[in-house]
Design a protein around this ligand. Sequence first.
Ligand SMILES: [Zn+2]
Length: 328
Amino acid sequence: MDGGLWGAWRIALDRMQVEWWKSVFGVTDPAAGWRAILVEAGETDRLSTKVAMRAIGLANRLSVLPAEEGPRKLFDAAWDAAGQDSEAADDLVGPPTWVHRVHGEMRRIGLRLAREERASAPPAGRAARRAWLQRYTHKYAWPRMRATEASDWGERSTVDPDYARFGRWSGSEVGLAVVWGALTAGDPVRASKAWSGFQAWVQLRILGAFNCSRFGGATLPCALCSQRRGKPGPQETAAHLLKDCPAAGPQTAETLRRWGRAEVVDGVLGGSGTPEDVERAVTLVGQLAARVRRARPDAAAVVEDAEFQEWLEAMGIFSMVPDMGGST
Ligand SMILES: [Zn+2]
């Protein structure tokens, strides 16, 4: 199995990659799933997977050097030791050479070295060896690695409803095209609006709500409804804002007419349709996000007040002090 150290490195690398994209998308909510974020970013592989593939490539390059070269001899000795360790004790942690890690990783994904996997012997000459190894990488290494990754994801997909949803949606690059169009038009105000619209659109896609929380998983009462009615509104989800919010404004009503109530969430967030459809969707979500941002302070005061009243009631303070809140 994976040594503890590589396990820790894997987590650190993947976190670094996900945190980078979260900052690009303006997502601070820890509930945002790493897969959803990487799908949005158009990244096919986790960073740790890319690093592991580099290491597998290096091990293979050493393993096909001429037998009399020093690095080849060192590699063979370490590789044999790793093989003996893994047979002796599956969970042996040391000695932690990088060759041991690579050996363990290759066992995990069911991959052998190119010199064992390929029918033909490695050719002489650097350029020919490189081409021979490239075929191994494309034909054996990446498919095995991605198959293992897919089964990891597949296991999660049974518990993760987002997986099915993302499988139907176009990639976020269709939304990014809106930003690109605005940038190349040479209008900085339009470009900046397009960028914040894109971020808001991606947040709705990843979180099902605008990013608002550093605590994770908490959806706030709708800021627009709370501000308008003076009491907390229903949960501020993408479905509420796009389908049901009476305060969402005329652009949303027009979008509802266009897509219909049943399809409006997929229509706006799915990224399908003509480039004009996508631009309309990103612009609409950007306008919604701006209105929600403006309403947030009022709404927060309304929600806090309601929570305070609830707390007073729960503590029985009204019954203890019957005339509280009355005139003095
Ligand atoms: Zn609302």
